[in-house]
Design a protein around this ligand. Structure first.
Ligand SMILES: Nc1nc2c(c(=O)[nH]1)N[C@H]1C(S)=C(S)[C@@H](COP(=O)(O)OP(=O)(O)OC[C@H]3O[C@@H](n4cnc5c(=O)[nH]c(N)nc54)[C@H](O)[C@@H]3O)O[C@H]1N2
Ligand SMILES: Nc1nc2c(c(=O)[nH]1)N[C@H]1C(S)=C(S)[C@@H](COP(=O)(O)OP(=O)(O)OC[C@H]3O[C@@H](n4cnc5c(=O)[nH]c(N)nc54)[C@H](O)[C@@H]3O)O[C@H]1N2
Ligand SMILES: [Mo]
Length: 852
């Protein structure tokens, strides 16, 4: 038994590169590959380790049923079974036979399910009466939403009064249904997901370089690579199982080299051979210097570049002056380290890159993320084992928000500016093409809030997201959500900071209580089954959306109901038809196939019935003008190009090498605000903590926020470990205790997980808050429109005399204290997890629901 609070990564199972059969398989045409024994991604040599956590007092023999599911607390797609006894969830276990995790689970997944049975789950709808939220029945709550909707639709241009702000945490079937309601029922362009805050840049960078969204790589690339570069990604704390796979390679024979780019001493940075602790906001300067070096030294595949890419000359010109010396000054890192990183990137045979929030939520996000694509294109490192690229997702189902168009895009990775793509949807849904919003790009999340602020959006429906904690500049967000003339619907499982500001609150069923599918970073689709009943009158999000469609009476051209499905599986079948012929083709997937022991990677079709391990083998990309998802942008300004401009480029299946010069962040330190604030995550908490804050093991590991500060800055300010600090930006102020640790000088880090101090206080945020977003700025990347959460200017000082007690920050991750006397974070016997290790996937542990 291990304490997975004290040891979040569990026991090591080292392994070497291989097996050769995977490399061989990848060189074969699809039909021949399918004749090989074993399934794609399951021929890996990564040992199996089945992690299991059962509630205190429950033994494995007490479990009546194991119900198949996958992780809902990050994007890795770890497959698991839910243990059910007496109609309740009593534990979880990793699925041994799944290609993604080979049985492993992260601490949030092991313990986090306990929150679902919290006594304060929402069990009945609420409506606002005389300023107060009171319980009511579904008819009343839905009746109010429908009445307001019909009133708005009766006005000319009424569709423009609706805004939908959804999530990266619902299921594919739910998003698709919401997307059809928004696009073909109401016809509003104002729909987005919190995926805008999360991985809009992944989508934007993939579209800009390769023509459409879709991760090129496979998790098995970890098995084969000889170098791993982590670009602004603290994978150890945020995709724990993916990190375990990387660590197991690092501890085995012929380990891969490792590069980390992060201003903090994360566990990843501590493990890496080269750690570039760049100044926040300077990623593009570093990237341009690395590319300068690759080109200058001839460390690129000339043939691949000539045959498979466009834009080399412009890229070369853009980086011509970007020497390592130049970047070293801007990023404030040693020249030697930039040169070392370039040498690893330029000399490895199989490079695996992952990119996440350190790039996506920082300055020049899309431009910087595209430079990672460029490195892979320059070196021909795509479409073969080990040469992998993950423009990561963050949330468990973010990929599906994007695929189904719940983020505003057209479903099936269709191009809003391509009339033929719009026509395909009109035909599928049997509606007039003019109903489907396609005259301008979709409205992004921060713009939706702007419209609500100005009063043009009058109904805002928020599902499975907590913007009153997660959006930037919270004082402003609270003002908007509290506006009299804005009718707000919040669909959640708890009475969150956001729900408290709503006019109608709808109680949702969650993971384990409902059925649906979702897709991980490497395109692996999993099915998550219903294990138990939802509490009280809570309903699945799908049922809520279907009920709304029914009550609104949305019709197609023939007068039949617009939404023609009635449950998860029929919704999935409808989605399959929408995905046909597009990059994310699901037509070969059925719920039954997903019950076969492992998830399946899209595209999965008649000609690739077991899914597709890697995209872009052979160097053919989705850039054909009739097929691509965008006609492109100017990376520096975000200006949109049109079809004529795009066609003139004659991409013919080649990828774009995108180039842009470095520019400083919109907010940099000043005399008044001399330090840089950056924000992010810890391994124990998920977002605004609605689940992990209600889980004893996880809450105790990190019960309150903290401020990470470097030893040098602490000394200058007279601060010691545990002192109460205030951090102020031009927008707000918070107080939290200091953790003196390995962040770079001049930078403080605050986790963004913690909401208001006191939910019942009359004016949340009055006085000293504790949410990182009291401080952050309203500014976004010009192409992806993703907010810049990673750079703001602040001043820091002591809020109380030194007390001599350490902060409650965890000691295991990036916040590992400089002071060796700070007690270690542990979970004790309440956190005991069993881990069974076996050599290989072939020595299969039970992995089908029902088997024990
Ligand atoms: N434990 C846990 N896991 C999660 C989540 C969670 O809440 N908790 N959330 C999930 C979701 S939705 C997401 S999006 C992912 C996010 O996963 P990550 O991107 O790994 O997480 P973050 O902590 O937001 O940011 C990563 C790192 O960016 C660094 N950084 C800050 N500014 C810069 C910069 O300018 N340049 C560079 N190069 N680095 C910078 C920070 O120091 C931080 O260590 O995690 C997913 N997994
Ligand atoms: N400063 C700063 N801010 C950030 C970030 C950062 O790094 N720094 N990261 C950003 C990123 S990457 C993300 S993804 C966002 C996350 O921000 P949010 O999306 O606001 O965070 P969550 O707490 O995950 O909110 C999800 C909500 O859905 C509810 N929920 C859970 N399951 C269900 C369900 O099945 N149905 C329904 N209807 N509701 C459900 C939960 O109770 C919770 O209230 O935050 C962003 N904000
Ligand atoms: Mo995210």
């Amino acid at each position: 038994m291990d304490d997975r609070i004290a040891e979040p990564w569990g026991p090591r199972t080292p392994y070497g590169p291989g097996p050769a059969i995977e490399r061989f398989a990848a060189s074969l045409p699809g039909w021949l590959r399918d004749l090989l024994p074993g399934e794609p991604g399951r021929r890996s040599a990564w040992p199996v380790r089945v992690d299991m956590f059962l509630q205190d007092g429950i033994a494995e023999s007490d479990v009546e049923e194991w119900v198949q599911a996958a992780s809902i607390l990050h994007s890795n797609g770890d497959a698991m079974d839910i243990a059910v006894s007496g109609g309740r969830i009593v534990g979880v276990r990793g699925r041994a036979g799944d290609r993604v995790n080979h049985g492993r689970l992260d601490p949030k997944d092991l313990y986090g399910w306990q929150a679902d049975s919290s006594p304060d789950r929402l069990t009945r709808p609420l409506v606002r009466e005389d300023g107060k939220l009171v319980e009511t029945d579904w008819d009343t709550a839905m009746g109010r939403i429908v009445a307001r909707s019909k009133e708005l639709l009766a006005e000319p241009g009424g569709w423009g009064r609706f805004g939908f702000y959804t999530s990266g945490q619902l299921f594919l079937e739910e998003y698709y249904t919401l997307g059809v309601i928004g696009k073909a029922g109401i016809g509003t362009p104002h729909m987005d997901g919190n995926t805008r805050l999360c991985t809009a840049t992944a989508a934007a960078a993939l579209k800009a370089s390769f023509g459409t969204d879709g991760q090129p790589g496979s998790y098995t690339d970890v098995d084969h690579c000889d170098a791993i570069a982590l670009w602004g990604h603290n994978v150890a704390e945020t995709q724990v199982v993916l990190w375990e796979r990387m660590l197991d390679r690092r501890r085995g024979p012929r380990p891969p080299a490792m590069i980390a780019v992060d201003p903090r001493q994360t566990p990843v940075a501590r493990e890496a051979d080269v750690h570039l602790a760049v100044r926040p906001g300077t990623n593009l300067a570093l990237m341009n210097a690395l590319i300068h070096r690759l080109i200058e030294r001839g460390w690129y595949d000339e043939r691949y570049v000539r045959r498979h890419t466009l834009g080399f000359e412009e890229l070369r010109r853009t980086v011509a002056e970007c020497t390592p010396q130049w970047a070293a000054r801007i990023c404030d890192v040693p020249v030697r380290l930039i040169e070392q990183a370039a040498e690893i990137l330029g000399s490895c045979d199989r490079l695996l890159s992952t990119v996440l929030q350190g790039f996506y939520q920082s300055n020049q996000a899309t431009a910087a993320a595209c430079q990672v694509n460029n490195i892979h294109l320059l070196r021909g490192m795509l479409g073969r084992p080990g040469a992998g690229l993950y423009q990561m997702n963050g949330q468990p189902t973010a990929q599906n928000t994007r695929e189904t168009g719940a983020d505003g895009d057209l479903p099936g990775m269709r191009n809003w500016d391509n009339p033929e793509h719009v026509r395909q949807l009109a035909e599928l849904w049997n509606v007039d093409a003019s109903v489907i919003p396609h005259w301008a790009p979709p409205t992004h999340a921060l713009q939706i809030f702007r419209h609500a602020e100005q009063g043009s959006i009058k109904l805002l429906w928020i599902s499975a997201t907590n913007p009153a904690v997660s959006l930037p500049d919270l004082a402003r967000i609270r003002r908007i959500l509290g506006k009299e003339d804005l009718f707000t619907v919040v669909q959640d499982i708890f009475l969150t900071e956001t729900a408290r500001l709503a006019d109608v609150v709808l109680p949702a069923a969650t993971w384990g209580e409902k059925q649906g599918t979702f897709t991980s970073v490497d395109r692996t689709v999993h099915l998550s089954d219903r294990a138990v009943d939802p509490p009280g009158e809570a309903r699945s999000d799908l049922d809520i959306f279907l009920d709304y469609a029914r009550r609104m009476g949305f019709r197609d051209r023939a007068g039949a109901p617009l939404v023609k499905w009635h449950d998860p599986e029929s919704a999935f079948e409808a989605w399959k038809a929408c995905s046909a012929g597009r990059p994310c083709d699901y037509t070969g997937i059925t719920y039954d196939l997903l019950r076969g022991g492992s998830g399946v990677q899209w595209p999965c079709t008649r000609s690739a019935p077991r899914g597709t391990e890697r995209l872009y083998a052979g160097g053919r990309f989705n850039t054909d003008p009739d097929y691509c998802e965008t006609y492109g942008h100017d990376l520096a300004t975000g200006a949109e190009y049109d079809a004529r401009h795009y066609r003139a480029l004659e991409p013919r299946g080649r990828a774009f090498l995108q180039a842009a010069p470095y520019e400083p962040s919109p907010e940099v330190p000043s005399e008044d605000y001399p330090m840089t604030l950056t924000t992010g995550r810890t391994v124990y908490h998920f977002h605004t903590r609605t689940k992990t804050g209600r889980t004893p093991q996880l809450n105790d590991a990190a019960p309150e926020p903290w401020v990470e500060i470097s030893p040098g800055d602490a000394h200058t300010l007279g601060v010691t470990e545990g002192d109460l600090l205030h951090v102020e930006s031009p927008r707000g102020r918070l107080e939290a205790r200091a953790r003196v640790c390995g962040t770079r000088p001049g930078v403080v880090f605050v986790p963004f997980h913690y909401g208001y101090w006191d939910l019942d206080a009359p004016g949340p945020g009055e006085g000293a808050g504790r949410a990182a977003n009291e401080l952050t700025i309203t500014s976004w990347d010009p192409v992806s429109k993703q907010p810049i959460y990673k750079v703001a200017a602040v001043r820091v000082g002591k809020a109380a005399p030194s007390g001599g007690t350490p902060s409650a920050a965890p000691t295991t991750g990036a916040a590992a204290p400089a002071d060796p006397n700070v007690p270690a974070t542990t979970g004790g016997s309440a956190a005991a997890v069993s881990s069974r290790i076996s050599d290989h996937l072939s020595s299969r542990l039970p992995d089908r629901p029902g088997e024990t």
